[in-house]
Design a protein around this ligand. Structure first.
Ligand SMILES: [Zn+2]
Length: 197
């Protein structure tokens, strides 16, 4: 199923340029892919959250809404990344993992400040990618580019997310924790961001 969806999205990608943002978001292939990501990310992070798209025509974005257990990914953001040859789907996976990481921060005890929460979510995204074998170490440019070229795909200003080198360092740190179970990686990751930034 995963391979079929990935193949379908690859075939789908060249047609994207002619489609509007909302047409991309509501396309059956995209909807199937989002459902698949939701199931995988819920299982991985041990959270129950609805993943849906929204109209981000006023600025590309993806957001986690802990109070509602909801992740919203912008239709413009999706289209933008899917048009990027060779890295679209992987970039979106990383962004979604960052957002689900914020919900995991609600689940596991921590005293992370807002700035640290962003870097910690980057670390959890790296952990997710590494734990699932979604990219190899040399493939981190995919996520880094996806994250840094947009800068602020999350709520708040860019400065809240840390600098690009800080974000990359956290991503790599998370990737290196892939051998640990989630709860331990979460705790070690918390110490990492608090002690290094
Ligand atoms: Zn964030």
């Amino acid at each position: 199923m995963k391979t079929l969806l990935l193949l379908a999205l690859t075939v789908f990608a060249p047609c994207l340029a002619a489609q509007t943002q909302s047409a991309v978001a509501i396309h059956p292939l995209m909807q199937d892919w989002l459902r698949e990501q939701e199931q995988q990310l819920e299982l991985f992070f041990g959270v129950d959250a609805t993943l849906d798209w929204y109209d981000d025509s006023d600025g590309m974005n993806a957001v986690a809404i802990p109070g509602k257990s909801q992740i919203l990914v912008g239709s413009r953001l999706m289209r933008y990344h899917l048009l990027k040859a060779g890295r679209g789907v992987r970039s979106l996976r990383a962004i979604l993992a960052h957002e689900y990481g914020h919900l995991a921060q609600e689940r596991y005890p921590n005293n992370l400040s807002f700035a640290y929460r962003e870097l910690h979510a980057d670390l959890l995204a790296g952990y997710y990618l590494g734990r699932n074998g979604l990219v190899d170490a040399s493939g981190f440019w995919v996520y880094a580019n996806a994250t840094f070229e947009i800068g602020d795909y999350d709520a708040g200003s860019f400065s809240h997310h840390g600098t690009p080198p800080e974000r990359l360092a956290c991503l790599m740190a998370g990737f290196r924790l892939a051998h640990l179970p989630l709860e331990e990686a979460f705790r070690v990751g918390t110490e990492f961001v608090e002690n290094n930034f």
